[in-house]
Design a protein around this ligand. Structure first.
Ligand SMILES: [Zn+2]
Ligand SMILES: [Zn+2]
Length: 318
């Protein structure tokens, strides 16, 4: 099968890899669409040492599932963390932090920039008929956006700033718009601003001159400077949620965190069921964020385009 292979910070388009064969508890899935995420780009740049097929945002169709034949033919998305269910983290309900975990296309499990892949049946979520593939491919990053609301309580009176209006920042903004908080987003590029305007989300453009205004700041720039800006924009005793993974190490003035008594919260994967519900109810509109849908045969070029500054979502069509 065809797939995108990462090795030593270089990607190749391979055409003759063997089709994966599912274990007892797994399904074989034919990928229909796959989204290119900033984490994929960070992986290529060396954020994590991984050799193999990359990609983790997908929508696909179940071809084979030994223990769950009722899934065959169903359109699915999947949780990217595969837990051992034995370790003390798993036993205490923290399976996303399983010490033996595998992560789709990131850690010890081949990813979705391929024609086929496998995933445990327990990780799969069936997509409602009313949600198209082009929308469903956003379920995983939308779930990650919703994790913020799982971690912190957001009040109607809270002034909330999202720094960064790229692929993930836009989804975070749309998901926060479903709360009644006072939301603003710092936007750099005109087309990103237009996407936000369509959702009625206001723009905060001069964040360099803002100091101590926001109760909550979400850092989603994907660049190391984002956290420093967040520290400046947040109120004393405020909260900062970090969503970016950086390929490089950030240089931060940590004293400001002490002096302002800021709470800093890391945030990763989130609830798929909540993401699916928001999409079913059309409360978020991720299709606004599609830059291009590119044929899988041109995947290398697509990944190159996804690395351009300001790009929104590029989707591979298998
Ligand atoms: Zn991702
Ligand atoms: Zn475990």
């Amino acid at each position: 099968m065809k797939a995108i292979w990462l090795e030593n910070n270089k990607i190749q388009f391979k055409t003759a890899l063997p089709e994966p064969s599912p274990k007892q508890n797994e399904a074989l899935i034919k990928i229909d669409l796959a989204g290119i995420c900033s984490t994929d780009i960070a992986l290529i740049k060396g954020y994590y040492d991984f050799t193999g097929i990359i990609g983790h945002e997908f929508v696909g169709t179940v071809i084979k599932a030994i223990q769950a034949p009722e899934l065959i033919g169903k359109r699915v998305v999947g949780d990217i963390n595969m837990a051992c269910r034995q370790c003390h983290f798993c036993q205490s309900g923290l399976s996303n932090h399983c010490e033996n975990r595998k992560v789709l296309g990131i850690l010890n499990h081949p990813g979705v920039f391929a024609e086929y892949m496998t995933l445990p049946v327990d990780n799969l979520h069936i997509i409602p008929d009313s949600v198209s593939n082009e929308v469903a491919v956003f379920i995983e990053p939308l779930a990650a956006s919703l994790q913020i609301q799982q971690q912190i309580n957001i009040e109607n009176s809270d002034q909330v700033l999202v720094i960064g209006a790229g692929k993930l920042g836009q989804l975070i903004a749309q998901s926060l718009k479903t709360t009644d908080c006072q939301l603003a987003v710092s936007v750099r590029y005109e087309h990103q601003k237009q996407c936000l305007e369509k959702m009625g989300i206001s723009n905060q453009d001069d964040i360099e001159n803002i100091s101590g205004k926001y109760d909550i700041v979400i850092e989603a720039t994907g660049s190391e400077n984002g956290l420093q800006q967040a520290i400046q924009c947040v109120k004393p005793k405020g909260r900062i949620v970090l969503k970016s993974t950086y390929a490089n190490h950030a240089k931060i003035n940590l004293s400001a965190i002490v002096v302002k008594e800021i709470t800093l919260i890391g945030s990763r994967c989130g609830p798929f069921d909540k993401a699916i519900n928001l999409l079913k109810n059309k409360q978020v509109q991720p299709q606004l964020l599609i830059d291009k849908i590119i044929d899988f045969d041109d995947a290398l070029q697509a990944i190159h385009q996804a690395q351009q500054k300001g790009s929104l979502k590029i989707i591979l069509k298998m």
